[in-house]
Design a protein around this ligand. Sequence first.
Ligand SMILES: O=C(O)CCC(=O)C(=O)O
Ligand SMILES: [Fe+2]
Length: 309
Amino acid sequence: MTQLQTASTALDVTRVGGNIGAVVSGLRIGADLDPAVLAEFRAALLKHRVVFLRDQDHATDTDQYDFAAQLGEVTSPHPTVRGDGNAILPIDSEQGAANSWHTDVTFVDRVPAISVLRAVTLPPYGGTTVWANTVNAYASLHPGLQALAGRLRARHSNLFDYAIERPVTGGVDVKQEHYRAEFRHTSFLTEHPLVRVHPETGEPALLLGHFAQSIRDLSSSDFRDLYALLQRHITKLENTVRWTWRPGDIAIWDNRSTQHYAVADYDEHARLLHRITIAGDVPVGIGGDVSTVLEGDASGFSSVRAPAA
Ligand SMILES: O=C(O)CCC(=O)C(=O)O
Ligand SMILES: [Fe+2]
């Protein structure tokens, strides 16, 4: 039998779905990871779009931060939400649920590259998270639709209409209202190419999700129909992976090639995760066009990484 010459691998990568998602084992998060391990980890992340680490029960906020800092520049918690005042954005069921499809923080020009999400408190049932592959969604479109999408630019705002995306049932909750007000206290509006080229892999990906509010020079009804059509391709079940959280789990996703959705099916149970994001580039379209800021200054969120030439 021929011996396959492969680089020594420190990590085990086990796919979860055929189009997205893998469990990575052999990595204990914290400071000072071996550069070779980090390189392998990053390659797995770029390939599988979202990777899951299990059994990281030792991990504290500091371990999460130290790990994240080895993946790139850590951003502040959020452009409008204070979080822990340093790097962590608590994803707390008391403040609401992210149960609509989105890519994180697309209302600024410097869309985060990577998100690192750690389970802190989990409900006894439900509360899964689903990710979808936006590179695959683009690649599987009809060439005519690819050409159409490639010519368009969408406007993303943090003032999107929660009432439409997430109908409130059972009255308005004070903590949720407070969070919503904090989220919206400064308005951001950024125009992105609808198809962005992934800065590390060169792959085209659809850039949409719930912060997208309009498409330049398109009527709102045409926007809604086109948005629905493209989101349907993105969120086709075969293009997704659904993760059932266990204590000690950490999910890391490439925010440039995915959308995600937090399934809010855990009744009144508490659910808390801690998120850290890694700074990303300003998106560039397939024609070389760059995202432009229409409103808001995100310099306090992360430094701007110039678009790759
Ligand atoms: O609650 C979750 O599982 C994910 C929430 C979310 O959208 C995020 O962490 O960016
Ligand atoms: Fe999110």
